[in-house]
Design a protein around this ligand. Structure first.
Ligand SMILES: [Zn+2]
Length: 302
């Protein structure tokens, strides 16, 4: 049993064939098509080229989907609709479609935690903040688009406009892109600080969470604000879902520095959880192939 998988992002899409043991047999990457026709044509081409090599197709999309109708509806990075029923040889039985955050959360759950826990929430940090919810071992979808954890409202600052159009979303304040922007701004204030020097050689925003760096006063204030808003998000999710674990992923998973320790410290210092324990926070074990592995996990387990 092999799965033909696509992990679609705003600028590029990965695809490949994955075995039931989750071995990547082939993989490739291409630019994300510009419209529905190009999209369907590309998937058709890949299907034809691999005809003998797969039994199921699974596609992870960056936005809202209608699973019943096999349609991708909308996302801030791909704004056109895709009706997957237009694929040649479309076969409902062997076709899987889901949101990329859901797929990532489900893959973490099935591959790493299903024997220990039943309720897992995942947040993926990149340009925005993606999310996925697993409750009682299953993806929670609501009417179809549940799990958009990055778009909960946590701020009343009118300058914090989100890509979704709302003001004050979690992702408009503390996405990985924002960490990098903050490091750039701080570098302009003091280009000789330890943080600025480390940032100029590494270029990644998560360096803000490196505990071995002594921060200036301004840098510390910026980091505390990030921890404050992230904590508001995590604490609110815990109150709603009473989950056992949070998994943080996305591009930052390669170098999270001390983010987890800082978050736990901040949360335990500022909030009380009477007769309950705050969930574990873990960094994703999957790196850049998490999307295609997640899409395969969905097709093989759901
Ligand atoms: Zn938003």
């Amino acid at each position: 049993m092999n799965v033909l998988v696509f992990d679609v992002g705003g600028t590029s899409m990965k695809y490949g064939i994955i075995s039931e043991k989750l071995e990547i047999i082939t993989k490739g990457v291409t630019e994300t098509p510009n419209n529905e026709i190009e999209f369907i044509n590309f998937v058709n081409e890949i299907q034809e080229a691999n005809q003998e090599n797969f039994n199921k197709i699974s596609i992870a999309m960056p936005g809202f989907i209608n699973k019943k109708e096999n349609k991708y509806l909308y996302g801030t990075n791909i704004k056109y609709e895709v009706d997957f029923k237009k694929l040649s040889n479309f076969d409902q039985e062997n076709f899987y479609l889901d949101n990329d955050g859901n797929v990532a959360a489900y893959a973490e759950y099935i591959q790493n935690y299903k024997d220990k826990y039943s309720n897992l929430l995942m947040l993926t940090f990149g340009t925005g903040i993606g999310g996925g919810i697993v409750t009682n071992g299953k993806i929670y979808r609501g009417l179809g688009s549940a799990g958009e954890l990055g778009h909960i409202l946590v701020s009343d600052n009118p300058d914090e406009t989100c890509n979704c159009g709302k003001v004050g979303c979690l992702e408009s304040i503390v996405s990985a892109k924002k960490w990098t922007e903050k490091c750039k701004e701080l570098s302009k204030i003091d280009s000789n600080s330890e943080l600025s020097k480390a940032f100029s050689s590494l270029g990644i925003g998560s360096i803000l969470f490196d505990n071995s760096i002594t921060l200036t006063k301004e840098e510390f204030v910026v980091r505390e604000k990030i921890l404050l808003y992230l904590s508001r998000g995590l604490v609110s999710f815990f109150e709603i879902f009473n989950n056992e674990i949070f998994v943080l992923g996305g591009s930052m998973a390669d170098k999270p520095y001390d983010l987890v320790e800082l978050l736990i410290e901040f949360i335990l210092k500022n909030y009380e959880f009477k007769s309950r324990d705050f969930p574990l926070i873990e960094i994703s074990k999957f790196k850049s192939d998490s999307g295609i592995l997640g899409a395969a996990t969905l097709a093989l387990n759901e």
